[in-house]
Structures are given as C-alpha cells and as structure tokens.
Design a protein around this ligand. Structure first.
Ligand code: AP5
Length: 211
C-alpha cells in the first residue's frame, strides 16, 4: 500500500487538501482526528479515552494511536494510495508506521505556515457534522448558510477550535514537529509546501508532488 503522510500545524490545511485529493479515484483520505471524533460521537471506549485529551488540545497516547492506525490500515486494499492526515504526530508513531510491513511511505508533505495566521483560521473554522468538510466563516463559506455543500448536513464549530485550546494545540505541535521533520529528512522523503496560498494553488502543487 502506498502512503503519503501530511504533516503540519493544526489549521495548516491538511484536511482541506486531503479531501480535495479524494476527488481523484486513486486517493483515500484517512484522518485520525476524524476517526477519533466519530468514536466520541458513538461513545465507544476509544472515544471516551480520546475526548479527555482532545478537549484540552493534548495528544492521545501513542499506544492507543499506533494500535488504531495498525488496525485501520489492515482493512484497506493493497492497491490504494492513502493520504494519512494527522498521523504520525510523534517520532514513536513515525517509527511504528515505518515498521508496518504492508505499507510504503512515498513522501511526507510538510504544510508550512506562520502561527499567527492559524489562530484566525481555526477559530473561524466550521465543519460539517456528518462528513467533516471544513469551511471558514470568512474565507470559505458554504453556499447555503449553515449547510454542507457536499452532504447538506449541519455545519458547526469544533469543540477544540476555541482560542485557548488552539494555542495549546500549537504548543503541542511545535514540541513534536522538529523530531518528525528530522525523521523524514533523514529518510530523504520530506517535501515542503507553502500553506499560505490559495487552496487551488496548493492542490495543483500537491498533484505535481504526488504524481
Ligand atoms: P486533528 O483533527 O488531526 O486536528 P489538527 O491536526 O489539529 O488539524 P486540523 O484538523 O485542526 O487542521 P487542518 O490542517 O486539517 O486544517 P483544515 O484543512 O481543517 O486532531 C485533533 C485532535 O485529535 C488532536 O489535537 C489530538 O488530540 C487528537 N489526535 C489526532 N491524531 C492524533 C495522533 N496521531 N496522535 C495523538 N493524538 C491525535 O483548515 C483549517 C481552516 O482553514 C478551515 O476553516 C479551512 O477552510 C481554512 N483553510 C484551509 N486551507 C486554507 C487556505 N489555503 N487559505 C485560507 N484558509 C484555508
């Protein structure tokens, strides 16, 4: 199975771009954040555990996340190209992914953008309750107020998109990111993208990078 890993701060646009890529048949988007939010909604033991960390902007423990991703990847067809959004978040997660014999990591794409732009992006973000499609109160509004363009469900604010939790998520990101960048740089498969550009421009760059 081919894997592309998306790295980058909360709000850097990983989910927006990964969702756009799935308009092309061969890409599958796997977001650990979306999996955890579904588990919370369903009230599963994973959801109950994850909520305690996510509400405070902390990472869910590595052992839980590594087990979750191993189980999820096992169920995907070998010919698929998976865009992994939100995993790995730590070097321990990156090492576990590398050790998975059925996957080949083609590249790790780092979305680069300054923190001060991210607080505005995240506090203004709204997401579809059903399919997770992201919007923004100013830059990317749905065609019909409060309704998802893709599936028509309600568009809401994520509970971890408040200013105080966003600031903590950014601190956590910076505490782990250098280790991940070094990890993929040493492997020779780190690619950098300027994430402060129009979404369409970033999508075109990604299509070239992932071709
Ligand atoms: P997760 O759901 O992965 O959140 P995140 O990494 O914090 O990333 P976001 O979804 O916030 O941002 P994004 O980069 O996808 O941005 P988006 O495209 O939406 O994780 C949530 C929590 O789950 C974590 O805090 C942690 O607790 C836990 N977790 C998940 N994975 C884990 C793991 N592996 N290990 C441990 N814990 C884990 O865009 C943001 C906004 O900007 C939107 O409004 C969008 O419309 C707008 N926007 C996007 N692109 C542009 C652009 N080019 N120009 C202008 N606006 C834009």
């Amino acid at each position: 199975m081919q894997l592309t890993v998306f790295l980058g701060a909360p709000g850097s646009g990983k989910g927006t771009q990964a969702k756009k890529l799935t308009q092309h048949d061969h890409f599958i988007h796997l977001s650990t954040g979306d999996i955890l939010r579904s588990a919370i909604k369903e009230g599963t033991p994973l959801g109950v555990e994850a909520k305690k960390f996510m509400d405070h902007g902390e990472l869910v423990p590595d052992t839980t996340m590594i087990g979750l991703i191993q189980e999820t990847l096992k169920n995907l067809a070998p010919h698929q190209h998976v865009i992994l959004d939100g995993f790995p978040r730590t070097v321990a997660q990156a090492e576990a992914l590398e050790a998975q014999s059925t996957t080949k990591i083609r590249s790790a794409v780092l979305f680069e953008i300054a923190d001060d732009l991210l607080v505005e992006r995240l506090t203004g973000r709204r997401v579809c309750k059903q399919c997770g499609q992201p919007y923004h109160v100013r830059h990317m509004r749905p065609q019909h107020e409060g309704k998802c363009d893709a599936c028509g469900s309600e568009v809401v604010q994520r509970s971890d998109d408040t200013e105080s939790v966003v600031k903590r998520r950014l601190e956590v990101f910076h505490s782990q990111n250098k280790g991940l960048v070094d990890f993929y740089s040493k492997k020779g498969n780190l690619k950098r993208v300027n994430a402060n550009q129009a979404p369409e421009k970033i999508q075109n760059l990604l299509m070239e990078l992932l071709a």
